[in-house]
Design a protein around this ligand. Structure first.
Ligand code: ZN
Length: 150
């Protein structure tokens, strides 16, 4: 695999810089979207996903039987979770941007935690090289571009 770590680090720093800049300009609409996502995902005060018909439909339309990262069957991994490719702790205005969401299994979600995308790619490259290409293919190219433009 021919991958330049330094370049990844530069991209990560750039995305983080623009992310932080944007963070100080959050609008009321950003917070409203953030709140709506919680409702969409955590109705009934339940942290399980797939709890509203709307989110159930979305999860059904955006996943098959296997986790796109590790390839394991969701049924054997504790089910499907909705993950933010760019963590909403850092990018709350992207919490309801569907380009930022994907369905992955619970252990993969827990392992990914609050890593920034490039940090996560680097982590996967070093910890799970067999799964790296699947993650790279899921890179949210458009979103990362918008961060650069802001
Ligand atoms: Zn997985």
């Amino acid at each position: 695999m021919n991958l330049d770590d330094k370049n990844l680090q530069e991209l990560f720093n750039l995305a983080d810089k623009f992310g932080n800049k944007r963070y100080h300009r959050l609008t009321p609409q950003d917070f409203e979207d953030y709140r709506k996502f919680d409702y969409w995902r955590y109705t009934n005060g339940d942290s399980e996903c797939e709890t509203t018909q709307e989110s159930k439909d979305w999860v059904r339309d955006h996943s098959d039987w296997h986790c796109p990262i590790c390839g394991a069957r969701f049924a054997e991994q504790g089910g499907r979770t909705i993950d933010h490719k760019l963590p909403r702790a850092q990018y709350p205005w992207l919490s309801l941007d569907f380009r930022n969401l994907w369905v992955i299994c619970r252990p993969c979600n827990q392992e990914k935690a609050e890593m920034h995308w490039y940090e996560y790619e680097h982590y996967m490259l070093t910890h799970h090289p067999d799964w790296y290409l699947a993650v790279k293919d899921a890179r949210p190219v458009q979103l990362l571009k918008t961060l650069r433009e802001q």
